[in-house]
Design a protein around this ligand. Structure first.
Ligand code: SAH
Ligand code: SF4
Length: 393
C-alpha cells in the first residue's frame, strides 16, 4: 500500500505533492510531470497519457472514473493523489453569449474567467494570479494588490471547468474552447513556471490540443521573463503598451520605469525571431483613455514608434470601474485613432465590449468580489453571496 510508502518513495513523490493538501493533484501535472510521476510509481509512459486523456479529454472528476486503469493502481492513486479544481462560485451568461465565471481558489480568494463565443471560435480569458502587483493606473485588478500566484491546477482548472460547463470536451461539440488568452487577472510572466506548464497542457494533444497561434500570453512587459520565454514555449504574444512614449507609459504602466519601451520592443522582437516559423507578429494592446492617450498626435507618435516593429494593434476602449476617474473616449475619437493607425499601414482592430450586462468586460475582473481580509468561513460565504448579487444586478 502506498499509505505505507517508504521514506524514499515519499521523498520521490514530494516534487509532485501539493503542500496545502498533502496529495498529488493530477489536474495540475503537465504531460512531462505526469510521466515523471508515473515513473516514480514504476508505471510506463502510456499510463500518464491515459490519465491525461481521462482528465482533459473526458473531464474525469474521480480517479475511480478511469476504468481502463487497474483497480490496484486506482487504489494506490486514491491514497496519494486526487483531481482538485477551483470551485465555481458564480456562473452568469450574458445576452450576447459571453459566460463569466467567478471561481474560488482557497481561503476566500476569487478569480475570474470569461468565455467569449464568436462564430466557430470560443475564446477563454484566463487568470494567472489572484490580484496583481504591477498597479497599472487603469486596471481594477491592479487596485486589489497582489495576493498570490495561481497553481498550475488553478490555471488549467479554469479551462477544464469552462469546457465542462458546456459539456464540450468531446470533439464536435458546439461550444468549444478554441482559443485561450492569458488576459484575466494577474501578470502571467510573474508566475512564469506555473503559467508555462499550464500553457503547455493547453497546447499538448493529451491536454486540449490548442495550436500555438491560439494561445496568447499578454504581458505588461516583464522583460527578463520575456527574454527566456522562447526556450519553453512558442505561444502568441501580446504586449500591453498603452502609450507611445516612456514619459506617459511610466505613469500608466509603472513597470515601464524598470523596463522601458525600447527594451520591451527589442525583447519581443527577439522572442519572435527565436520561433522557428515566420510571419508571427506581436499584438500590441492599447487601452484608449479619454484625454490621456487618445489624441491624433499620440496615434501618429505610436505609428512612428512601431514603424519597423512587426505587429497588429488592438485598441481597447477603457472600461470604467468604481475606483477609477478615467473615462472611455467617444466613438469618434476611437474611430479617428484607429484610422490614423490604419492609414500608416497597421492592421488595427477595436475590441468590442462583450458581456456588458454581466460586468464581464475587460478590466472589470472580480474587483467587486475581492475579499482580501481573513474572515470566518461563514462571513466569507455571506460576502460572496452579497457580491454575487451585486454583480448580477
Ligand atoms: N497583466 C497582463 C494581462 C492581464 S491584463 C497585461 O497587463 O497584459 C489584460 C489586458 O486588459 C491588458 O492589455 C490590460 O492593459 C487591459 N486592461 C486592464 N484594465 C483595463 C480597463 N479598465 N479597461 C480596458 N482594458 C484594461
Ligand atoms: Fe497587472 Fe495587467 Fe492589470 Fe497591469 S494591466 S495591473 S499588469 S493585470
Amino acid at each position: 500500500m502506498v499509505a505505507e510508502a517508504s521514506p524514499q518513495r515519499q521523498a520521490e513523490l514530494a516534487p509532485y505533492t501539493d503542500p496545502d493538501t498533502g496529495k498529488v493533484n493530477l489536474l495540475g501535472l503537465s504531460a512531462e510531470r505526469m510521466e515523471a510521476f508515473f515513473a516514480v510509481l514504476g508505471e510506463k509512459r502510456f499510463r500518464a497519457q491515459q490519465v491525461l486523456k481521462w482528465i482533459h479529454h473526458l473531464g474525469a472528476e474521480q480517479i475511480d472514473d478511469m476504468t481502463n486503469i487497474s483497480k490496484k493502481l486506482r487504489a494506490n492513486l486514491n491514497e496519494i493523489a486526487e483531481i482538485r479544481a477551483p470551485e465555481i462560485v458564480m456562473q452568469k451568461d450574458s445576452s450576447d453569449g459571453t459566460r463569466k465565471f467567478i471561481m474560488s481558489v482557497t481561503s476566500g480568494s476569487q478569480i475570474e474567467t470569461v468565455f467569449i463565443p464568436d462564430g466557430d471560435r470560443g475564446t477563454l480569458c484566463v487568470s494567472s494570479q489572484v490580484g496583481c502587483s504591477l498597479d497599472c493606473s487603469f486596471c481594477s485588478t491592479g487596485k486589489q494588490g497582489f495576493q498570490r500566484d495561481l497553481k498550475v491546477s488553478e490555471i488549467i482548472g479554469q479551462v477544464w471547468l469552462a469546457a465542462k460547463s458546456y459539456d464540450s470536451l468531446m470533439p464536435g461539440a458546439d461550444r468549444r474552447v478554441t482559443n485561450v488568452v492569458m488576459m484575466g487577472m494577474g501578470e502571467p510572466l510573474l508566475n512564469f513556471d506555473n503559467v508555462v506548464d499550464a500553457m503547455n497542457l493547453m497546447r499538448n494533444d493529451y491536454g486540449y490540443g490548442i495550436s500555438k497561434r491560439r494561445v496568447t500570453l499578454s504581458t505588461s512587459g516583464v522583460v527578463p521573463a520575456l527574454a527566456k520565454l522562447s526556450s519553453v514555449t512558442d505561444v502568441s504574444l501580446a504586449i500591453s503598451l498603452h502609450a507611445p512614449n516612456d514619459e506617459l507609459r511610466n505613469e500608466l504602466v509603472p513597470i515601464n520605469r524598470k523596463y522601458p519601451i525600447e527594451l520591451l520592443l527589442a525583447t519581443c522582437r527577439q522572442y519572435m525571431d527565436d520561433l522557428p516559423d515566420t510571419h508571427r507578429v506581436t499584438t500590441v494592446e492599447y487601452t484608449l483613455i479619454k484625454g490621456v492617450n487618445d489624441s491624433t498626435a499620440q496615434a501618429q507618435e505610436l505609428a512612428i514608434l512601431l514603424k519597423d516593429f512587426p505587429c497588429k494593434i488592438n485598441l481597447i476602449p477603457f472600461n470604467p470601474f468604481s475606483l477609477s476617474s478615467y473615462e472611455k473616449p467617444g466613438q469618434n475619437t476611437i474611430k479617428r485613432f484607429q484610422t490614423t493607425l490604419m492609414q500608416a499601414g497597421f492592421i488595427t482592430t477595436v475590441r468590442t465590449t462583450r458581456g456588458d450586462d454581466i460586468d464581464a468586460a475587460c478590466g472589470q475582473l472580480v474587483g467587486q468580489v475581492a475579499d482580501k481580509t481573513r474572515r470566518s468561513a461563514r462571513y466569507q460565504q455571506k460576502q460572496v453571496d452579497e457580491s454575487v448579487v451585486r454583480i448580477i444586478k
